[in-house]
Design a protein around this ligand. Structure first.
Ligand SMILES: Nc1nc2c(c(=O)[nH]1)N[C@H]1C(S)=C(S)[C@@H](COP(=O)(O)OP(=O)(O)OC[C@H]3O[C@@H](n4cnc5c(=O)[nH]c(N)nc54)[C@H](O)[C@@H]3O)O[C@H]1N2
Ligand SMILES: Nc1nc2c(c(=O)[nH]1)N[C@H]1C(S)=C(S)[C@@H](COP(=O)(O)OP(=O)(O)OC[C@H]3O[C@@H](n4cnc5c(=O)[nH]c(N)nc54)[C@H](O)[C@@H]3O)O[C@H]1N2
Ligand code: SF4
Ligand code: SF4
Ligand code: SF4
Ligand code: FES
Ligand SMILES: [Mo]
Length: 891
């Protein structure tokens, strides 16, 4: 330790500590400006000057390390005079239109103002800089006003080291100095991803959202992002029952970061398009109705359908809704609907993960925590466009790579992460199994398998090894279309580093062989002993805000809450006791089977809560035909959607900002939502609507008064949620399941001592080619997926004008060489045709996509990629092959 004296107080600190940190550690504050978090100090603003006895000049405390015996004075007349001068300079350079400024009332300059008064600093110098620079308003979401910029460089640091987008720099010299993308490119034309993370750290209003109300008068409510599974904490600023701004804070999963959706795409909450009353279809038209009339009709139709037998009722639950909503929904379908026909979008998403990891490990969830990225020496990303679909995890992976960890990316498209990869493998779509098998073959060839781990923690290795001995790296690489040497390099990089994580998502799961792909990732981790240790694991990045929770709550045909199997008589008995009902015996239908059942008349009553299957399910024409034939369909949503066009009754629900409840994020963390605004019109909480219908039918066990009460019931029947309660979450406890008691925070990573199933199981997965193969009639392979700005069927994101400005139109990504063959220019409209249907969209050139491939986002209902998709499901997980569709194109 180093001993020094600050303002007469003695203090001991670690060597290398700055004077500023040492002073703050004993409660002495020194004013700062450019100093920011733990980043290398700038030492540029000079607000933090202090006297170091014996030094020739004043020192910047933020950048000067302590020394043994040092004597520091932070408040001498000389120091104060120096700060006064700094303040006078800063003030002279600043536009004081405070009353209309974004940061009015919370600007760090207000602190300065306090300082200014304290230091008696005035706007002393007339400078030419003030008001001479134009405001950059080219980005749809925010502006940069150089006249308010104090050149602290915090925005540069955030963009460089946290968002890792590297676009900002100090431009120009002298009075003209400003912060801009290099070459002073307007932000709207730059590579800026509109994450807004620079706005969050700007001490002044130099960076400001275009749409804002004065910050100081707003109430703040902390809740959870309604979009992706990262589960970022959002602080909503509310004025007049309206969200006026959203910002992030430190210390949560997102630690200061957000993406464009979480930060800016909130207009939908107060959109005039929100559903405000129940609607009933009369003479083909949806007409406003009272709750009484609508609920009576739903209850009556449900009773009628039930009379037809146990398969006549089915429900689609929602990964957008809370755990409490999902719990009540599945309980309703099972106890009132008397059927296990309940499923949700996880079927289209990570069903293969749930099935595959259950076989390999015994449970199908992300094994690491997001924070563990910081411990990894190697990260292997495959089939996940992380920076667009889990942007904050993507940023964390980039941060780790910048700090020296190795990155391996295997993706058919050269996604952003591929730019930073040590090895990038451009594999053909549908070749995940040979990719992983080839890598494992290379590891075995090099003798790098972890024999101890294999012996002690796994089973099935002998048979697996025998199978592996039939393969060669060359053979596997050829199927994938990559250089075998690159495959070896990737494998050895992964195997030789101590700590490593695999990250995957839809590029692995959405295939006819999705389950095989998932089990192969598990094989790779077990072969190298990279599982069950901190910083090592297999990480299926869960997609929706609460898809983890919807699965945990048993919104799956074969699973009651906590993955307790409907096929297990003991489980059924336990729930029959807890719920005081007889439970159905039938094996439930999956989502795709439910839609088929609607079409062939076996399902007479379909309840859709918070899903939009007409856009999101495979083979749109098939879905539409099925729904046209449907007997009775209820849709509970927040907007009219493509699916409500087929509804007999539409029920208006709350959105996240109107709800209390919980979401479980991708790292199994249960997080609390807090009601921030009142819902429009007569909309109701999702769980309340379901409970009202249940009560109309005389069901017991639906007399809940709050989401909190529902969580108490969840905890009582779900082993992994035993220790969870709203109270604990309100008190700031951070909980990741499995949480087995009220004093446990749960598990940071899974499978530490043993796997959920005991021993990890090596599973044999050989290559099975995708059903769709390019042929003469359909010479190209289309992949479908997502883009950063839009979320799924756009019901929410399309209501933010800035999002529409950037990504308003559907498009098809095509390699320019392929386009040339078809005489197509960038921006031309083309028609894409598959055996299932056709759609038209503009072309967008991408040199990072193979000449034999196309990519299309599925967000756009009218030009929805799902008009083209369909085909054979994964036999175990029943997931459709969204990633491999044979197509042809024409101008
Ligand atoms: N912006 C945004 N973020 C989202 C969503 C959204 O709609 N918008 N949705 C959320 C949801 S529910 C989910 S499930 C996640 C999905 O997150 P991701 O899985 O990351 O998203 P996708 O775009 O579906 O597919 C990822 C990648 O798979 C690649 N791919 C295609 N075929 C193959 C293959 O055979 N092998 C490999 N290795 N890769 C392949 C594609 O090139 C694509 O880049 O995103 C979540 N986050
Ligand atoms: N071609 C292709 N198709 C795909 C995929 C792909 O990669 N390619 N990915 C698949 C995947 S992984 C997924 S997860 C699915 C997603 O498919 P969906 O879940 O059908 O898509 P969303 O647009 O998220 O639908 C959610 C609906 O819930 C509503 N909603 C939002 N919040 C609430 C709420 O609090 N309460 C209620 N009641 N309603 C609410 C929204 O308005 C919206 O209509 O799409 C799948 N489809
Ligand atoms: S919004 Fe994000 S990407 Fe754009 S400049 Fe700011 S930090 Fe960088
Ligand atoms: S824009 Fe804000 S954060 Fe960036 S240098 Fe200027 S004052 Fe600092
Ligand atoms: S990364 Fe995901 S959870 Fe975080 S702000 Fe973006 S959409 Fe929301
Ligand atoms: S805070 Fe130390 S120089 Fe700016
Ligand atoms: Mo998903």
């Amino acid at each position: 330790m180093v001993n020094l004296t600050i303002d007469g107080q003695k203090v001991s600190v670690e060597p290398g500590t700055t004077i500023l940190k040492a002073a703050r550690s004993i409660g002495i504050d020194i004013p700062t400006l450019c100093n920011f978090k733990d980043f290398t100090p700038e030492g540029s603003c000079r607000m933090c000057l202090v006297e170091v006895v014996g030094a020739r000049r004043l020192e910047t405390s933020c950048s000067t390390p302590v020394a043994e015996g040092m004597v520091v004075n932070t408040n001498t007349p000389e120091v104060r005079e120096a700060r006064r001068f700094v303040l006078k300079m800063l003030m002279s350079d600043h536009t004081f239109d405070c009353m209309t400024c974004y940061k009015y009332g919370c600007c760090e300059f207000v602190e300065f103002n306090a300082n200014c008064i304290e230091y008696d600093a005035v706007k002393a110098f007339g400078t030419e800089r003030v008001m001479t620079k134009p405001i950059d308003d080219s980005n749809p979401f925010y502006t940069y006003d150089p006249n308010k910029c104090v050149l602290c460089n915090r925005c540069i640091k955030v963009c460089e080291h946290l968002q890792c987008n590297h676009i900002l720099a100090q431009c120009d010299r002298g009075y003209e100095t400003n912060i801009n993308p290099v070459f002073e490119t307007p932000r709207g034309k730059s590579e800026c991803v509109s994450c807004g993370n620079c706005i969050a750290v700007c001490p002044t209003g130099a960076l400001a959202p275009k749409q804002f109300k004065p910050f100081a008068y707003a109430k703040t409510v902390q809740t959870v992002c309604p979009y992706c599974g990262v589960g970022c904490t959002l602080n909503l600023k509310i004025i007049d029952n309206k969200i006026t701004d959203i910002y992030s804070t430190e210390g949560n999963v997102n630690d200061n970061l957000l993406c464009v959706k979480g930060r800016f795409a909130y207009d939908f909450v107060s959109s005039p398009d929100r559903l405000t009353t129940p609607l009933i279809r009369k003479n083909g038209v949806l007409e406003e109705a009272s709750w009484e009339e609508a609920l009576n009709l739903v209850a009556e139709k449900l009773k009628e359908a039930k009379a037809e037998g146990p398969q006549a009722v089915a429900g689609l639950s929602s990964a957008r809704c809370t755990n409490e909503d999902n719990y009540v929904f599945q309980k309703f379908i099972r106890t009132v609907g008397e059927t296990n026909n309940v499923d949700h979008c996880a079927r289209l998403c990570h069903a293969s993960t749930v099935a595959g990891l259950a076989k390999s490990f015994g449970s199908g969830a992300m094994t690491n925590s997001i924070d563990e990225v910081d411990l990894m020496d190697v990260m292997f990303v495959t089939g996940s466009n992380t920076t667009e679909t889990h942007p904050v995890i993507g940023a964390k992976i980039k941060q780790r790579q910048q700090k020296g960890a190795a990155l391996i990316v295997a993706e058919p498209r050269k996604i952003e992460l591929a730019k930073y990869a040590d090895v990038y493998l451009q594999i053909k779509p549908g070749t995940n199994v040979p990719l992983l098998n080839g890598m494992m073959r290379a590891i075995l060839d090099a003798g790098l398998e972890d024999k101890n781990f294999i012996n002690e923690r796994t089973e099935g290795y002998a048979a697996f090894k025998e199978f592996m001995d039939t393969l060669t790296v060359e053979g596997c690489a050829e199927i994938c279309g990559v250089d075998p040497e690159d495959m070896r390099k990737a494998a050895l990089l992964y195997a030789t580093k101590d700590k490593g994580g695999i990250f995957y998502s839809m590029g692995v799961t959405q295939h006819k062989t999705g389950t095989d792909g998932v089990m192969s990732t598990a094989n790779l981790a077990m072969l190298t002993g990279k599982i069950g240790r901190e910083g090592c694991g297999v990480n299926p990045l869960r997609g929706q805000n609460n898809v983890q929770g919807a699965c945990d709550m048993g919104a799956l045909p074969g699973d009651l809450p906590g993955y307790q199997k409907t096929a297990n008589p003991e489980v059924v008995e336990k729930f029959e006791k807890a719920w005081d009902v007889k439970l159905p015996q039938n094996a439930g239908k999956t989502l795709t089977e439910i839609i088929n059942g609607v079409g062939d008349g076996t399902v007479k009553f379909l309840y859709v809560m918070g899903e939009n299957p007409v856009v999101s399910d495979p083979d749109t024409n098939h879905v539409k035909h099925a729904l046209e034939k449907a007997n009775f369909v209820v849709v509970q949503d927040i907007f009219l959607t493509e699916t409500t066009e087929y509804a007999d009754v539409v029920l208006p629900a709350f959105v996240y900002a109107e709800k209390d409840g919980t979401f479980t994020n991708t790292e199994r963390r249960i997080q609390l939502l807090r009601k921030a605004v009142e819902a429009p019109g007569e909309a109701k909480n999702d769980w309340e609507i379901i409970s009202l219908i249940a009560q109309k039918l005389g069901a017991k066990g639906f007399d809940f008064n709050s989401a909190e009460e529902i969580m108490d019931e969840i905890a009582s029947v779900t082993p992994s949620y035993t220790g969870v309660s709203h109270e604990r979450l309100r008190n700031g406890d951070r909980i990741q399941w499995p949480c087995l008691s009220k004093d446990s925070e749960g598990a940071k990573f899974l499978h530490a001592e043993k796997f959920t199933r005991g021993l990890g199981a090596f599973m044999i997965a050989d290559y099975i080619p995708p059903e769709d193969q390019a042929d003469e009639k359909y010479p190209l392979i289309l992949m479908t997926g997502r883009i950063l700005q839009h979320y799924h069927t756009r019901t929410m994101t399309m209501r933010t004008p800035g999002i529409e400005e950037i990504a308003g139109d559907p498009f098809v990504e095509i390699n320019p060489e392929t386009a040339k063959e078809y005489d197509i220019n960038e921006g031309d409209f083309i028609t894409v045709t598959s055996p299932r249907g056709n759609v038209s969209a503009k072309t967008r050139f991408n040199k990072g996509i193979m000449e034999t491939n196309l990519f299309m986002p599925f967000h756009y209902g009218n030009s929805g990629a799902n008009h083209l998709t369909g085909g054979e499901l994964d036999p175990i997980a029943k997931i459709p092959p969204f990633k491999v569709v044979k197509v042809n194109i024409s101008k």
